[in-house]
Design a protein around this ligand. Structure first.
Ligand SMILES: Cc1cc2nc3c(=O)[nH]c(=O)nc-3n(C[C@H](O)[C@H](O)[C@H](O)COP(=O)(O)OP(=O)(O)OC[C@H]3O[C@@H](n4cnc5c(N)ncnc54)[C@H](O)[C@@H]3O)c2cc1C
Length: 261
């Protein structure tokens, strides 16, 4: 039997107060519900955060783009503000899953879950994002800790993700044809002060690729990475792609992303 108390919070304060013991937050439910149904996870209390006002929505300034935690992927994909300030982010959101997943799944749920093949974590790293939570502000570089693991503490709620608006950016993904999760995804961003390249789908957790960042810092063009070799050591190998194929795809996706910047 899967039994739990279902609660709906109307404010962040109320949600975090409810989050005691074996409680968890529910956003789009696209990961949480299958995990419970497959008996991979069990909770005493499920706290619906979708009714919290102010937790969804998009705000743009000249320097940053702030997306509320319960904003769905389809809202991001269709947003004129996102399309204008960081078009690559709208492209990323449009490429997630299928229409049902995009209409329910949220940015906060995606990064809290930190699936090794999820798309948004790469955007957070490449666009030097700040994760605003009920307790603090966490730089993306310190947020993603390992497979399905983040820096979030028990009962800590993501409120928004704030991205730096880049000069140029693009995301290229080689998707799993069934789920659309990334077999390999590479996000390239030319920020005001630095160039960042984030890779997803390849290891147990999203990571920045220093070799590619260094090469692009000296010359921001796809030819700059021609002679770079990406070692497949520690890369994922599964029925979708070997570690060697993934290392090949990192370069191919990086070139595609640079070409679309
Ligand atoms: C068929 C399918 C295909 C998919 N394809 C892709 C894909 O191509 N690319 C991709 O990136 N993703 C993909 N996803 C994942 C999907 O996009 C969702 O983003 C993801 O499932 C989690 O978001 P959610 O809002 O549904 O969160 P939920 O399932 O509600 O929650 C997931 C976890 O995050 C926690 N959580 C949720 N919101 C918060 C918050 N604000 N603060 C703290 N903790 C929180 C929950 O407690 C739970 O532990 C796919 C999912 C499915 C089912």
């Amino acid at each position: 039997m899967k039994t739990f108390n279902f609660k709906s919070a109307t404010s962040t304060k109320e949600a975090t107060k409810m989050a005691t013991g074996r409680a968890t937050f529910l956003a789009g439910g696209m990961t949480l519900i299958p995990a419970i149904k497959l008996r991979l996870a069990a909770y005493s209390d499920i706290i619906n955060i979708k009714k919290i006002k102010g937790l969804s929505g998009i705000k743009v300034s000249s320097k940053s783009l702030r997306i509320g935690a319960t904003t769905t992927h389809s809202t991001v994909a269709a947003s004129k503000e996102v399309g204008k300030s960081i078009p690559s982010l709208a492209v990323l959101a449009e490429g997630i899953g299928d229409p049902q997943v995009r209409n329910r799944g949220t940015i906060g749920g995606s990064i809290a879950n930190n699936d090794p093949a999820a798309d948004y974590p790469s955007a957070c790293l490449a666009l030097n994002a700040t994760i605003h939570t009920s307790k603090r502000k966490i730089p993306a570089d310190k947020f993603f800790k390992g497979m399905f693991e983040t820096d979030l503490k028990k009962g800590e709620l993501i409120e928004a993700v704030e991205f730096e608006v880049p000069e140029k950016s693009a995301y290229a993904k080689f998707p799993n044809p069934a789920s659309r999760y990334a077999v390999v995804g590479v996000y390239v961003a030319k920020l005001k002060k630095e160039i960042r390249v984030a890779v997803t789908g390849v290891q147990s957790c999203v990571f920045r690729c220093k070799k590619l960042e260094d090469a692009l810092t000296s010359n921001f063009s796809s030819s700059a990475i021609d002679n770079i070799s990406i070692s497949s050591k520690g890369f994922n190998a599964d029925i979708h792609a070997s570690a060697e194929y993934r290392s090949h795809l990192v370069k191919v996706m990086a070139k595609r992303a640079i070409g679309s910047c």
